[in-house]
Design a protein around this ligand. Structure first.
Ligand SMILES: [Mn+2]
Length: 286
């Protein structure tokens, strides 16, 4: 018997860089995320569908269709869904201000959080030109990058067979590259500067496939990451607090919690009464 998934409701959810239509897309992880979450508002912050890749050859497995269906279903059920196009799905930019299937397409927008904080929501590719190390970014979408993502997928299929959790090989390689690290820093600064210029409290973006949340000179820089490497989403709790969810970790922890309890003979001897009285947290920490 399969039990109903436990669904967590958030005020808002941000997803970007899903790259549907590419082999690198971790659609199964995203479907799991969509099964376990709900929100009043959902922002799709660009590069949702990879038009560049689809032009070169059609790749559209059932799981990618399921992602689209789940998103449209949310829009029908009352979630306010906004699509902010990115460079890989720039075709949507011709439809700014229009609504399709309950999804409103916007060039960028300002999100007002429950605590009154205002965040600019934008994909981020608009700032490639002002970033000195933009050359590195040219690799996002090209054959070498796609090859790394392909290897990453195969690598993780093998890890799953061995019962090991998801681990992003491509994200690891990227962070080992000095140029990439320099680029990320310059990109973050350019986005933070735009937030300052627009007089908002922070910026929520995607594009560089690197989830992050930190203060940059008084504005909050938030990147919701991606679903080709790190499988990350940004959520807003009901009180306005923002949090990056690393979904591969959530799946791993859930699997651990669901693992059958060890047989009595494998358990350590019973705890002395004072420790047991402090409850399960104290036991875990021990
Ligand atoms: Mn992009």
């Amino acid at each position: 018997m399969t039990s109903e998934p436990t669904v967590t409701r958030y005020r808002s959810i941000w997803l970007s860089d899903i790259h549907l239509g590419t082999r690198g897309c971790q659609a199964e992880y995203l479907l799991d995320f969509l099964r376990h979450t709900e929100s009043d508002t959902l922002y799709l912050v660009g590069d949702i569908v990879d038009g560049w890749r689809l032009k070169k050859g059609w790749y559209w497995p059932q799981s990618h269709n399921d992602v689209v269906q789940k998103v449209l279903r949310r829009a029908r059920k009352g979630t306010a869904v906004f699509l902010v196009p990115g460079n890989h799905d720039e075709a949507f930019r011709e439809f700014i201000g229009m609504q399709f299937g309950g999804v409103t397409i916007l060039e960028d927008t300002v999100h007002v959080a429950a605590d009154g904080k205002r965040y600019l929501v934008i994909h981020g590719d608009q700032f490639d030109a002002v970033v000195r190390y933009a050359k590195w970014l040219a690799y996002v979408g090209d054959a070498a990058y796609e090859f790394v993502l392909r290897v990453n997928t195969l690598f993780n299929q093998a890890r799953r067979k061995l019962g090991l959790p998801y681990w992003s090989l491509s994200a690891y390689l990227k962070h080992k590259t000095k140029k990439a690290v320099e680029f990320i820093g310059a990109y973050e600064e350019a986005l933070a500067e735009e937030a300052r210029r627009r007089q908002v409290d922070g910026v929520i973006c995607g594009h560089i496939h690197h989830a992050e949340m930190r203060d940059l000179g008084g504005v909050l820089y938030v990147n919701d990451g991606d679903w080709v490497e790190s499988c990350t989403a940004l959520v807003e709790h009901m009180d306005g607090r923002l949090e990056i969810l690393y979904w591969a970790d959530v799946i791993r922890d859930r699997a651990r919690a669901a693992a059958p309890a060890p047989a009595a003979k494998d358990l350590p001897p019973a705890l002395p009464a004072p420790i047991a009285a402090r409850g399960p947290a104290a036991v875990e920490a021990a």
